[in-house]
Write a protein that binds this ligand. Structure first.
Ligand code: AN0
Ligand code: CP
Length: 313
């Protein structure tokens, strides 16, 4: 595999989930594979899990790791073709990507949606800029549209914890004071389309995700109806897609509570705002899988890096 940009780069999901679970049992089995290989982790945005789990995955494979908070410490980059760079940006991605590629065999990039300009966000200027100019494999650590390492960890978590062959999985929107990107929800939706699940999306009107991504998915505006009989409840906030980047609804009536959960297992990618997105009792209770999900981030990343390393050897 050359790049891991979205879950469409997964050629056989069942096989990948099985392989990740095998890696999890013996994480140091491929220490030789990454020897003398360097990964660069470039962050244009904050991170806790993605940063540490991808770093740990690389260490488990014997790789060297360089991390840069490029959004904070790097030169401001320009991504437009033919730019006249007489404003804020000091360096073009054409140089930056090729320079990083002199030092790294593989580059992973985190660059969230701006939520200001839909066309620019959908063009994935940052991720595609690195892909176009670096000439080394690129891994997506959450871009404008996709968070495929998270979705792979979620698939592993569901596989490990499901009690029926075809679980009912509900993606339930939650309130949040700030406008958040669509990437986590998008990749989760794409993943559920590939998994054997009865999948339902629920959110207030106005929060419809990109229809190209949700095509064929069941949508239920009544949260209570959607949650009935759920085996897994995946909670996430996102801002409006139609009224791009706007917060339309802040009422806590969509917050996940123990009462709403029934017997379902609770999932969230984290970070999560307590008692806004979900009440304490759910996060602190036995139905929560959030730590298991975060743990599986390591093995999702490790599988992706392993597959890339196998092709560059
Ligand atoms: C980010 C988001 O919603 O995309 C990252 C989640 C992994 N969350 C926040 O910015 C709070
Ligand atoms: N779930 C996730 O990607 O978390 P971070 O933003 O902390 O990396």
């Amino acid at each position: 595999m050359k790049n891991y940009l979205s879950i469409q780069d997964i050629n056989n999901l069942d096989q990948w989930v099985k392989e990740a679970m095998i890696l999890k049992r013996d994480p140091l089995a491929y220490q030789e594979l990454g020897k003398n290989r360097t990964i660069g982790l470039l962050f244009f945005n904050s991170s806790l899990r993605t940063r540490l789990s991808t770093h740990k995955a690389a260490i488990n494979l014997g790789m060297d790791v360089m991390v840069m908070n490029i959004g904070k410490d790097g030169w401001i980059l320009d991504f437009e073709d033919g730019s006249i760079m007489d404003q804020h940006s000091a360096e073009h991605v054409k140089e930056a990507a090729q320079v990083v590629a002199q030092y790294c065999d593989l580059i992973a990039v985190r660059a969230f949606a701006s939520l200001e300009n839909k066309a620019n966000d959908e063009a994935e200027l940052v991720l595609n800029g690195f892909k176009k100019y670096a000439g080394v494999p690129i891994v997506n650590m959450e871009s404008s549209i996709h968070h495929p390492l998270q979705a792979l960890a979620d698939a592993i978590t569901i596989q490990e914890h499901k009690k029926t062959d075809r679980p009912r999985v509900v993606l339930s929107w939650a309130p949040h004071p700030r406008p958040l990107p669509h990437a986590v929800a998008n990749s989760f939706v794409e993943m559920m389309k590939k998994m054997d699940a009865e999948f339902v999306i629920t959110h207030p009107e106005g929060y419809e995700l990109n229809p190209d991504i949700t095509a064929g998915c069941q949508l239920e505006y009544d949260q209570q109806k959607a949650l009935a009989g759920a085996d897994f409840v995946y909670v996430k906030n996102w801002s409006s897609y139609m009224d791009y980047g706007k917060v339309l609804h802040k009422d806590l009536d969509w917050m996940m509570t123990g009462n709403k959960m029934g017997q379902a297992q609770f999932m969230h990618c984290l970070p999560v705002r307590r008692n806004v997105v979900v009440e304490d009792a759910v996060l602190d209770g036995p139905q929560s899988l959030v730590h298991q999900q975060a743990n599986n981030r390591t093995y999702a990343a490790q599988l992706v890096l392993k597959k890339i390393l196998e092709t560059i050897k």
